[in-house]
Design a protein around this ligand. Structure first.
Ligand code: MG
Length: 266
């Protein structure tokens, strides 16, 4: 199952995505938001439409989260490249929902920063309310699917502040999409790649997570309730670097798709 959110005749709609003659296309619109499906998106009522190629659709952020929880330093080599110790338990932080940006939207580099970095990440989309997930409990029933996320960061302000709220929270600093897909298996390893102007900057597999998806979800739900639509950004691999106005960033996840966003100066 793959779905997106898009604008059709001025209205936001959710649509199922399927390949038609090799092109990913929106073929049906959902009559209920996936966040209200209790995890069973495929069981939702839908209505067939004339197919719209995903590339030509006016895509929106595919979910409407109450919060975006992020994991810092979840790949050994990335922790080392920024001169940090490899952590013994997850480091978590939040991005505000005002930082969300649709596929194709422009990331704005704020005037007060000299260095804005991309961070390509696999993002978990929560399908069912959860709190205190037990050690012996399967986390998969709580996952609606996965999407791409770019945890855009002002690296200079992150270093200066000593904590990360300001550096990670600017408007447009959380591109998400293009679709939510449930047919990938991060435990088995999903290829994640980030490109800038077509040049590969990050390439890793989720097999290299220091903390796998189940551990991350137990760690977070020991603190807070996760609601349907909430996002968990699972951390970025090595190869982070700066972008300038005019650059185009792409985050690709095997089996999901490519999230593409240009960069401009504020
Ligand atoms: Mg990150």
């Amino acid at each position: 199952m793959k779905y997106c959110r898009f604008r059709l005749n001025g209205q936001a709609q959710y649509g199922f995505v399927e390949p038609i003659s090799g092109r990913e296309s929106i073929v049906r619109i959902l009559l209920t938001p996936p966040e209200e499906s209790d995890g069973d998106v495929e069981g939702l009522r839908s209505k067939r439409i004339d197919p719209i190629a995903l590339e030509e659709a006016q895509l929106l952020v595919p979910v409407r989260p109450s919060k975006i929880v992020c994991v810092g330093r979840n790949y050994r080599e990335h922790a080392k490249e920024l001169g940090n110790e490899v952590p013994t338990e997850p480091v978590i932080f939040l991005k505000p929902d005002s930082s969300l940006l649709a596929p194709g939207g422009t990331v704005q580099r704020p005037k007060i920063s000299q260095r804005v970095d991309y961070e390509g990440e696999l993002c978990i989309v929560i399908g069912k309310k959860c709190r205190h997930i037990r050690e012996d409990e399967d986390v998969k029933p709580y996952i609606l699917g996965y999407t791409c996320l770019n945890d855009v960061t002002t690296r200079d302000l992150q270093k200066k502040d000593g904590q990360w709220t300001r550096a990670k929270s600017f408007d447009t600093f959380c591109p998400v999409g293009p679709v939510v897909a449930d047919e990938i298996d991060p435990w088995a390893g999903v290829r994640l790649e980030t490109r800038v102007n077509g040049e590969v900057k990050q390439s890793a597999t989720t097999k290299d997570f220091l903390f796998p998806v189940d551990l991350v979800m137990r760690y977070i739900t020991a603190v807070m309730t996760l609601l349907p639509g909430d996002l968990i950004a699972t951390g970025t691999p090595e190869g982070v670097g700066p972008v300038k106005a005019g650059d185009v960033m792409e985050v690709s996840l095997e089996g999901v798709g490519t999230l593409r966003n240009p960069v401009a100066d504020e």
